[in-house]
Write a protein that binds this ligand. Structure first.
Ligand code: NAP
Length: 276
């Protein structure tokens, strides 16, 4: 399986499909990570908050694929925000993953009530300048929150990981991000919680292309240059979720899928919602 990449603003090549690992724990979690890498995945998304960095690191090593070929992406937990705290947290994440540097490091949620977002962002920029991380990014940031990082430091995140699927198209936010050179990466890209795979239009398109409804949802993202990190514990579904590059949705298909969008209000409001 050969998964295409997208080039970020700083030249970093990011695979368009990676493995999400939320809830992949312990030995079964490690085995799922190893299986995905053996089948061709070259990006693994984890987070301190998932409490599985040890298992993910073990799975990467167990895959037999050289660490240098795998993009390792993890996230700063809410409770670790702050300049010194974030530097320390990145070091601890790398230690748990068993690596000497991280590839992509993201602020998991802005958590505005802490008032530490900008200090955390400065820490990520320092880590990037020192080469400890290759890509400094964020997750779940709104347009205003992205703008304030730039206003305070003169530097945009390379990537913003956001909830995104045909049901949560995030069009305005993505337009702003594209203008600023911020790559969009989709979490919960299957839209399962919003019933995307059960939607009649999605099922119709799945039949039309001989694909599964999940593949239609994921293709909607990657066709627009949005990378996806679907999670599956099952090898067959992992392969299915990366098998997206032998068909293309037409403009008419995309117009039909646009009807599924529930609008920005259906997304969690990062101005209020916080995670630790
Ligand atoms: N930044 C953030 O705040 C944030 C928030 C949430 C998630 N994430 C990241 O994004 C990743 C993906 O999000 P997610 O796990 O919420 O959603 P998802 O990947 O869209 O969906 C995962 C669910 O769908 C099932 N599934 C996957 N592929 C399938 C297929 N081809 N057919 C049928 N069922 C399938 C999985 O079950 P099986 O395992 O049984 O296949 C699992 O229950 C997470 O793992 C995590 O790494 C980030």
């Amino acid at each position: 399986m050969d998964i295409p990449s997208v080039r970020l603003e700083n030249g970093f090549e990011l695979p368009l499909v990676g493995l999400g690992t939320s809830q992949l724990m312990g030995r079964p979690g490690s085995a799922a990570v190893a299986t995905a890498i053996r089948s061709g995945y070259r990006l693994v998304d984890t987070a301190t908050r998932y409490s599985n960095e040890l298992s993910v690191g073990h799975g990467i090593r167990a895959s037999g694929v050289d660490r240098s070929e795998v993009v390792i992406q993890t996230k700063l937990a809410g409770g670790d925000q702050g300049f010194d705290e974030a530097i320390n947290a990145a070091t601890q994440s790398a230690r748990r993953l068993g690596v000497d540097h991280l590839d992509v490091y993201l602020i998991h949620w802005p958590n505005p009530s802490l008032g530490q977002t900008v200090e955390s962002w400065k820490a990520l920029l320092t880590l990037a300048d020192e080469g400890f991380i290759k890509v400094a990014g964020v997750s779940n940031f709104t347009q205003g929150q992205l703008q304030s990082l730039y206003d305070e430091t003169g530097r945009w995140p390379a990537l913003n990981q956001i909830q995104c699927s045909p049901a949560l198209a995030r069009t305005q936010l993505r337009e702003f991000m594209a203008e600023k050179g911020i790559h969009a990466q989709a979490w919960h890209p299957s839209g399962r919680k919003e019933s995307v795979p059960g939607d009649t239009t999605v099922i119709k398109l799945a039949r039309k292309y001989g694909k599964s409804p999940t593949q239609i949802a994921l293709r909607w993202s990657v066709q627009q240059g949005i990378s996806v990190i679907p999670k599956s514990a099952h090898s067959g579904r992992q392969v299915e979720n990366a098998d997206l590059f032998d068909f293309a949705l037409t403009d008419d298909d995309l117009a039909e899928l646009a009807q599924l969008d529930r609008g920005e209000r259906a997304a969690r409001d990062s101005g209020v919602y916080e995670e630790y």
